[in-house]
Every structure is written in structure tokens, then in C-alpha cells.
Design a binder for this molecule. Structure first.
Ligand code: 8OZ
Length: 367
């Protein structure tokens, strides 16, 4: 393949020069078994993918309360920070760059994961329809309780501490998980937020928590090392908003004031149709002064089209990076891609995690 592609051109993201525009999307893999610490296999997994322009880790909870599925890694204990340090060291040895995604699931959890077996927390006491994975089975999401106003500073502080821990663990930056129906998205959207205090009602009030988190995280990590993931119209985790365009216009205006380095936008339904609901992503891109990272269902062809039209700066690939540790090299050469195996996405060991071959390995195996 000799067609020049903008995907392989460098991009300056704040103080960091990415050698290409292919980002490894955050991907939940549920393999942090012992102490919710990234396992030795995670070191290998991220290390194998260091040729991505940027790696964004799997969502990592900022507290026990922020966990919603079994075996997802945390970024709140000393042991977790030490585990992540091994991951960042490996990625840096291989000349890669890595951000951690900071996560609080809010109501998408189960009592068995919560401190003292309590109810998961939410903007309002409305249970999300759906299941989560705990104790090795899919289980109904628990009934949540509404956060007290007095608890909100503690949530914001949890994100700040997560960012501080991320720096201690050697990350190049952080991505705030503001998407997919988790806590910050639950507050922002009116389907899940029925509060009548300063965090509910108007767009300004509903966006407040996400923006307070963005403020403290960017103050801690540096705004030039802080990105945020949003999903304006996704129905993931039973979330909805009656008027997402002005909501996200407001959010982006405020993120500009905080000088965040990128917005990572899931266009359409997470992992599903891109055209599920009308939304003007182009106007969001124009409005935002930092970098626009596009995600959801991108292949090489769509990435090239969107980059050539200057509709995005960076493209995040999920499943393609699961199955192809050397995705950038394969796309460059027009080499065939390994197919991802859905059965090994969540949980398990090396199979479907660190055993997808790179090109040279394929050739060796074929010889
Ligand atoms: C798949 C399974 C569990 C969690 C997300 C963090 O959708 C997730 C997630 C994805 O953002």
C-alpha cells in the first residue's frame, strides 16, 4: 500500500509528540485479579502495543466505590500504583506514550463490590436496566442511592488523587472517563439525573460534576496532559439525554476555559451504530480548541477519510488494537489483520490478551 495516510503523520499533543495518530482506545479486559493490580500480563500487553501513537489504558477506578465489574484495575492503592509503574516503565522502554483512564462507575455496579456491601452511588436513586459481571456471572445492576450533596467533594477529591497517583505511576497523562453512562455521564444527562440541588436541573448544574473533576484533575496533572472521553448520544448503560447538543456545547466551552488537551468522542452508540441519533460532531470539533480524538467503528478507510477532511486529529481504535499489537505497522504495509476473539475480551489469562502475533511472528509461524 503506497497511499500516503495522515494516520502515520506525527501529532503534537500538548508537550508530547505522538509519532502517529492511531490511539489505542481504553479497553476493559478484567484481568486484574490480585488486589485489582495490573497483572504481569498487563505489562506485556501494553508493552506489545507501544507503537501506537498513544495508549489509553483500560478504565481504572479511582476508589472501591468507583468499581462496577470484577477484576478491573484500580488507581487508589499503593500496590496498584506500583503495578501501573511496571506498565509505564515497559511502555517507555519501548518508546511509547501512555495515559490512564480515570473511572467512577456510579450506579453501574453491584452491592458485592461496594464498601460494606452498600448500594452503588448515583445522581438519583434510579436503577439502570442492565447487567454487570461479578462473581463470575452476569448479575442485575443493583439499586443505587442518590449521593448526598456533602459527598460530592469526596468524589472530586477521589479523581484528583487518582491523577496524582497516575503521575506517581509514571503516566504521561490522564483521560477522565466522562462517557458510556458512568458517574460523570449519569450526572450530565437528564435521563439519570433528577436532582434539585446545584448538581441537577439546568445544563450548567448537570455538567457541574464533570467540570469540577476536569478542573482538579487538570490542575493536578497539567491541562496539557489531561483529556476527557465523552459519548454525547450513546445509550450505553441505560443513559439518555433529551437535548445532548447544547449540553455538550456547554461542556466543551468550559473545557476550553480549562485548556484540556483533547476530547475523545464516541460518535454514536458505543461499539454499535455510528448514526443512532443526530448529533453535530463537526460543530463540537470546531468549538473545541484542543485536539479531537474520534472513536467508534473506525477502520483504516474511515480513519483516512476523516483525517484527510480534517474532521479529527486522532483516531482511537479498540478491537483492532486488541487483535493487532503492531496495528500501525500492519496498516502501513497493508498487511492482513488478525481477527479479534470476543470470547476472550473480558477476563481470563494470556489467551486473547498477549498471544495475538505481530507480523514477524506470523511469518515465523508460517515458515
Ligand atoms: C466493557 C465492559 C465493561 C466496562 C466502557 C469501561 O464502556 C467500559 C466497559 C466496557 O467505557
Amino acid at each position: 500500500m503506497s497511499t500516503p495516510s495522515k494516520l502515520f503523520e506525527p501529532f503534537k499533543l500538548g508537550p508530547i509528540t505522538l509519532p502517529n495518530r492511531a490511539v489505542m482506545a481504553p479497553l476493559t479486559r478484567n484481568r486484574a485479579v490480585a488486589g485489582l493490580v495490573p497483572s504481569p500480563l498487563a505489562i506485556e500487553y501494553y508493552g506489545q502495543r507501544a507503537s501506537a501513537g498513544l495508549l489509553v489504558t483500560e478504565a481504572s477506578q479511582i476508589s472501591q466505590q468507583g468499581q462496577g465489574y470484577q477484576d478491573t484495575p484500580g488507581i487508589y492503592s499503593k500496590e496498584q500504583v506500583a503495578g501501573w509503574r511496571k506498565v509505564t516503565d515497559r511502555v517507555h522502554e519501548r518508546e511509547g506514550r501512555i495515559f490512564i483512564q480515570l473511572w467512577h462507575v456510579g450506579r453501574i455496579s453491584h452491592t458485592s463490590l461496594q464498601p460494606g456491601g452498600g448500594a452503588p452511588v448515583a445522581p438519583s436513586a434510579i436503577r439502570a436496566k442492565g447487567k454487570t459481571f461479578v462473581n463470575n456471572t452476569f448479575t442485575e445492576i443493583s439499586e443505587p442511592r442518590a449521593l448526598e450533596l456533602s459527598e460530592i467533594p469526596g468524589i472530586v477529591e477521589g479523581f484528583r488523587r487518582g491523577a496524582a497517583n497516575a503521575l506517581e505511576a509514571g503516566f504521561d497523562g490522564v483521560e477522565i472517563h466522562g462517557a458510556n453512562g458512568y458517574l460523570l455521564d449519569q450526572f450530565a444527562k437528564d435521563g439519570s439525573n433528577k436532582r434539585t440541588d446545584a448538581y441537577g436541573g439546568s445544563i450548567e448544574n448537570r455538567a457541574r460534576l464533570m467540570l469540577e473533576v476536569a478542573k482538579v484533575v487538570s490542575a493536578e496533572a497539567g491541562s496539557e496532559r489531561t483529556g476527557i472521553r465523552i459519548s454525547p448520544v450513546t445509550p450505553a448503560n441505560d443513559v439518555s439525554d433529551s437535548n445532548p447538543q447544547p449540553l455538550f456545547d456547554h461542556i466543551v466551552d468550559q473545557l476550553n476555559a480549562l485548556k484540556l488537551v483533547y476530547i475523545h468522542v464516541i460518535e454514536g452508540a458505543t461499539g454499535g451504530p455510528r448514526d443512532i441519533a443526530p448529533f453535530d460532531y463537526a460543530s463540537l470539533r470546531k468549538r473545541f480548541k484542543g485536539a479531537y480524538m474520534a472513536n467508534n467503528g473506525y477502520d483504516f478507510e474511515l480513519a483516512n477519510k476523516v483525517l484527510a477532511a480534517d474532521e479529527a486529529d486522532l483516531i482511537a481504535f479498540g478491537k483492532l488494537f486488541i487483535a493487532n499489537p503492531d496495528l500501525v505497522e500492519r496498516l502501513k504495509r497493508g498487511a492482513p489483520l488478525n481477527a479479534p476473539d470476543k470470547a476472550t475480551f473480558y477476563g481470563g489469562g494470556a489467551k486473547g490478551y498477549t498471544d495475538y502475533p505481530a507480523l514477524g511472528e506470523t511469518m515465523q509461524a508460517a515458515q
